[in-house]
Design a protein around this ligand. Structure first.
Ligand code: MG
Length: 389
């Protein structure tokens, strides 16, 4: 399968850098942006010179001043930050429409399939950094890899003003030496648990006995280990793509009307597989499903059902959908058309960083099925009960 090219771009010490564009005398000095110590202010951003003294974001300004007595504090001009941010992202928009901004100074870009326009992703990334520097006088660090997780860690590794690319196949070995804290999603509590098992690096985490981890970390351990190997299949999802999806569905008109209930169930599963696969491709999960049944006499019924929580997993919808269909049909109904349609979406329902999602093994299998479906577009690839449909 053709690998994706995903970039994570992150502006270095963004607020401070904007202040330095406005006031070049701040360059080379330890600078922070934030409220004054007298008013119990907090550090919103620190220059790399200030970080050398141990000054960090979210630290109280009073403590920052104690750590670095020569610190220059700037109150901050937030309008300028959003203006600078817009300028940066409109420049990056020249390279791909698939940009998912995650904060004022950080975004994921999917450059798959743009190489005929901009050369390979690494060249494009390098050009982006140069142009952001030349045209906007800001430092951009970029991580390049086949997925967003590895690119995120790579851009952090590249800072300041760096570029780090990880070739397909090298994800696990790139991650291996890093401290477990570098993996997005591992917070202090999880890190402490891992250290108590004598696990300090991502390589050791990836290679640890699964049963040992599961005992301490519970059901999240499998996905944590996969992520420790640099595996991630969450798509870059720009806002326009999310807004587009008000509903996602599939329907099928049969060549001859069907009365056989088990055959109809097979068709429902197939429709659910297709619709759920499209939901997953958009990083969406639905709360409500409508089932549409048209009978031989063209009378059409639609009924809704909702799950207690959002889901993009056909297995979770199947039982309920079958029960709903049974209610909508009489024993001799001849069905001309079946359709399923999902609505009421949650964005990015799947938050791999939080390690609290549904069964991970199931999700991994589903991801493989989605890839196969994409590869063999159409209906040549089917799962289990729908195979014979
Ligand atoms: Mg940043």
């Amino acid at each position: 399968m053709k690998q994706r090219s995903v970039l994570h771009v992150d502006l270095d010490a963004f607020f401070v850098s904007v202040e330095r564009v406005l006031n070049p005398s701040l360059c080379g000095k330890p600078v922070v942006v934030g409220g004054s110590a007298r008013q119990r202010g907090v550090v919103a951003a620190a220059s790399y010179e200030a970080r050398k003294f141990g000054v960090r974001s979210a630290m109280s300004m009073a403590q920052a001043m104690r750590l670095c007595p020569d610190l220059t504090r700037v109150a901050g001009t937030h309008q300028m930050y959003s203006r600078a941010s817009k300028a940066v992202f409109s420049l990056l928009g020249n390279y791909t429409p698939i940009i998912e901004k995650v904060s004022v100074d950080e975004a994921y870009l999917d450059l798959s399939g743009t190489h005929h326009l901009f050369g390979d992703a690494l060249d494009a990334a390098d050009e982006m950094r140069r142009r952001v520097k030349d045209e906007l006088r800001l430092d951009l660090s970029v991580g390049v890899s086949t997925n967003r997780l590895v690119s995120k860690v790579a851009s952090a590794h590249a800072k300041p003003f760096g570029l780090c690319d990880v070739a397909h196949g090298d994800e696990a070995s790139f991650f291996s030496p890093f401290d477990i804290k570098k993996l997005p999603g591992i917070g202090p509590v999880t890190a402490d648990k891992l250290r108590s098992l004598n696990i300090h690096t991502l390589g050791v985490l990836a290679a640890s006995e699964a049963s040992l981890l599961q005992h301490t970390l519970g059901r999240h351990s499998a996905s944590m280990q996969r992520r420790a190997r640099g595996e991630c299949n969450v798509a870059v999802c720009p806002p326009w793509q999310r807004q587009m999806a008000k509903s996602i569905g599939h329907e099928q008109t049969f060549a001859t009307d069907i009365s056989d209930v088990s055959l109809l169930r097979g068709h429902i599963q197939l429709l659910l597989e297709h619709a759920c696969s499209r939901m997953r491709a958009k990083s969406l999960a639905a709360k409500t499903m409508s089932l549409k049944v048209r009978l031989a006499d063209f009378s059409t019924k639609t009924r809704d059902l909702s799950l207690p929580q959002h889901s993009d997993n056909e297995q979770q919808w199947l039982k309920q959908a079958e029960m709903l269909m049974d209610k909508m049909l009489t024993p001799r109904s001849a069905v001309r058309l079946l359709g399923v349609r999902f609505t009421h979406f949650a964005e990015n329902h799947y938050q791999p960083g939080l390690f609290d999602h549904e069964d991970n093994e199931q999700r991994a299998r589903t991801a493989i099925a989605d890839e196969l479906r994409e590869k063999y577009k159409g209906s040549s690839f089917k799962f289990g009960a729908s195979l014979w449909v």
